[in-house]
Design a protein around this ligand. Structure first.
Ligand SMILES: [Fe+2]
Length: 218
């Protein structure tokens, strides 16, 4: 995957393994991440660790723990919802994240059936105070015309701050990420494509770089 990403000129990746205590309890993510990092040490790609947090009600008691599950140690927390509905407690949970000074980033809203049925419900949802990340594969049409149309609407209204590869295997970069980049350029222009495919994520990475710099000098 890293070699394929490198071919596209990608220089940094925030890897976002699923954080879901029910499906993957004690999954050894930290250990696996350090093994992968050492295996790609010779590549021109910097790997960073983040998570994609599956939302469930028990997270109310785990907000302290979640501060360890942000993107590259920043205050940005990537989360995903179930695909078929929006749990009733979601708004309260996002409010809790905001109080705890975490900025929630909603992953792939275009793949959630409730949002696809009602664009207004999506707008109301993000008014809770969260950023938006769209999947490259959705933009490239991998999930069908309806999901692609929803992604197009989000992109054309400039409501997304990030487009993620959501790559689960090496081929996903060439199959979805590159076509998605070209599509976003056509829909919303090169500047916006540059922001959602790179610059905004780089901001997240650099925030933590600065924090690390401060700590080192103390
Ligand atoms: Fe996801």
């Amino acid at each position: 995957m890293v070699l394929e990403a490198e071919k596209l000129g990608i220089s940094e990746i925030i890897a976002t393994p699923h954080y879901n205590d029910f499906l993957y309890p004690g999954s050894g993510i930290i250990e696996n991440f350090s093994i992968i990092k050492s295996r790609v040490a010779g590549c021109d790609i910097q790997l960073h660790l983040g998570y994609e947090v599956f939302l469930f009600s028990e997270l109310f008691e785990k907000t302290g723990e979640l501060k360890e599950k942000t993107l590259n140690g920043s205050n940005c927390l990537l989360f995903e919802l179930p695909y078929d509905h929006i749990p009733l407690y979601t708004g309260d949970l996002l409010f809790r994240f905001n109080i705890e000074k975490m900025i929630p980033i909603l992953a792939h809203p275009e793949r959630n059936r409730s949002f696809v049925r009602s664009f207004d419900s999506f707008i109301r949802f993000i008014e809770n105070g969260c950023l938006v990340q769209v999947d490259a594969a959705s933009i490239a049409g991998a999930y069908g015309a309806e999901v692609k149309r929803f992604a197009e609407r989000i992109i054309k209204l400039n409501l997304a701050q990030f487009v993620a590869s959501d790559a689960h295997c090496a081929e996903d970069y060439a199959n979805w990420y590159l076509p998605a980049y070209n599509q976003v350029k056509r829909w919303a222009g090169e500047d916006y494509a540059g922001r959602v495919f790179g610059e905004n994520a780089r901001e997240i990475i650099s925030v933590n770089g600065q924090k690390a710099g401060v700590n080192e000098s103390e």
